[in-house]
Design a binder for this molecule. Structure first.
Ligand SMILES: [Zn+2]
Ligand SMILES: [Zn+2]
Length: 208
């Protein structure tokens, strides 16, 4: 069932390897790729309406499901071509750009697949392959800019998988590309090496 998104809402975006990664690190540039084929100039990605998925575990469950569906579609690949849900980032809906030069973005909480599912439809209004590609990049970055630091998570289903990004590069792979933005971003070192922390890294100087 569709619900209305309000300015009081928070939206989360799941970080999926390798979609949101540039080589070995997660980067803002790939948080929103909008790279599906679209002759009509409408590119879709999905997000999570936190009002209907309030706990970190709620989002993890959704992210785990996204990776599972993609792996199913790819016929259960192993190794580097496997998709892994690695955590999520959150933004206040009110801060997200709804339009920019050559594009507008429509957020619809359509509840499809999951009650908290939000369809994010980027409508590119310029023509030409390069112009469209530029708009997709700009729109993706304009969105990503408002998403806070990642809350890392390793799925139950991925425990013991040596090809998981956290196994290969550590949870740092989620932060390495974001240090320009949050120089103080660091992991809490005294946490036990478990599936935690779900609350995300600590920030000495959180962005407001
Ligand atoms: Zn999983
Ligand atoms: Zn999980």
């Amino acid at each position: 069932m569709a619900v209305e998104i309000t300015d009081a809402d928070e939206i989360s975006r799941c970080i999926i390897f390798d979609r949101a990664f540039q080589d070995e690190i997660h980067v803002d540039e790939y948080l929103w790729r909008f790279d599906g084929k679209s002759p009509e100039g409408v590119y879709r990605e999905s997000a999570v309406l936190r009002r209907l998925a309030p706990t970190p575990d709620d989002v993890h469950r959704i992210g785990c499901g996204i990776a599972a569906i993609q792996n199913e579609r790819k016929q259960q690949p192993t190794g580097p071509s496997r998709r892994y849900y690695c955590g999520f980032r959150t933004a206040p809906y009110v801060a997200l750009p709804k339009a920019g030069e050559g594009f507008f973005i429509i957020f619809t909480a359509d509840g499809e697949g999951d009650a908290a599912h939000v369809d994010v439809a980027l409508n590119v209004t310029v023509d030409g392959r390069n112009a469209r590609a530029n708009c997709r990049t700009n729109a993706g970055l304009a969105l990503a800019e408002h998403f806070g630091p990642p809350a890392p998570h390793r799925c139950e289903c991925d425990v013991g998988d040596g090809n998981h990004p956290f196994s290969l590069w550590g949870e740092q792979c989620l932060y390495g590309g974001l240090r320009d933005k949050w120089p103080q971003l660091h992991l809490v070192d005294n946490s036990p090496p478990t599936d935690q922390p779900d609350a995300g890294p600590s920030l000495l100087d959180p962005p407001s």
